[in-house]
Ligand binder design. Structure first.
Ligand code: MG
Length: 259
């Protein structure tokens, strides 16, 4: 199932993306399926008629993994981490598909990082890797937007990774997906910049869930970013970044000035 969150007249609504007579359609759900299950209202709306929002607002945190593809670790310099390198983005950095990434005045080197994102479905701690699938709600696409100059200057990455709008998520959550070998491509204004596969993850999704949950409780709606393939690079104001992962779809965001 593809779970979308979209703008309603008052509060955000949730629905299942499908097709009806060849037209992409959303079957509306009664509530947030993370908490309320998959009860349909019976109402259907055309996908083209709604504004998609971030498919989830992480309840407590976005957990991110650094240098989790050998090619990217090499382009960043230094050795591969011997265990997953973990950092956090605040949930206030999350935006949805089509929403603008704001280029901060504090940086001169803003980078895209296309990544597979795991959405946690159940409160959990100390999850064995073999049981990771039981706590995963589904998968979506993330751009781990990074102020590369601040990342180097600060040491700690909270600012470089944590600005408002630095975590585009979407376009929806795919709940039926095997994450072990998914093609992941990032384009900048249509030009391919990253072209990798999750088969090249240094630490795979089950290993990451086990590692992170070994020291922090994960809550429903928390999001885990799995790292980016090689090919990261700068974005400028006006640029359009598209990230496509096989079996999920494409997340597109534009970069706008802070002014
Ligand atoms: Mg990253």
């Amino acid at each position: 199932m593809r779970v979308a969150r979209f703008a309603g007249p008052d509060d955000p609504r949730f629905g299942l993306v499908g097709e009806e007579d060849g037209t992409p359609t959303i079957a509306v759900l009664k509530g947030d399926p993370l908490y309320a299950g998959f009860e349909l209202t019976g109402e259907k709306v055309a996908l083209a008629d709604v504004r998609l929002l971030a498919p989830v607002i992480p309840r407590s945190k976005v957990v991110c993994i650094g240098k989790n593809y050998a090619g990217h670790a090499a382009e960043m310099g230094g050795p591969l981490p011997s265990e997953p390198l973990v950092f956090l983005k605040p949930n206030t950095s999350v935006i949805g598909p089509g929403e603008p990434v704001v280029y901060p005045r504090q940086t001169q080197n803003l980078h895209f990082e296309g990544e597979l994102a795991v959405v946690i479905g159940r409160i959990c701690r100390d999850v064995p890797a073999a049981d990771a699938a039981k706590v995963i709600f589904g998968y979506t696409i993330a751009n781990d937007v990074t102020a590369r100059d601040l990342q180097a200057a600060d040491g700690q990455w909270a600012r470089a990774k944590g600005f408002d709008t630095f975590c585009p998520l979407g376009p929806w959550i795919e709940t039926n997906l095997e994450p072990g070998d998914l093609r992941i491509r990032t384009t900048l204004n249509g030009e391919v910049k990253q072209d990798g596969t999750t088969a090249d993850l240094v630490f795979d999704v089950p290993t990451l869930v086990a590692h992170v949950s070994s020291f922090m409780t994960l809550l429903p709606g928390d999001v885990l970013l799995t790292g980016t393939p090689e090919g990261v690079g700068p974005m400028q104001v006006g640029d359009s970044v598209g990230i496509t992962i096989s079996g999920i779809g494409t997340l597109v965001n534009q970069v706008v000035s802070h002014d």
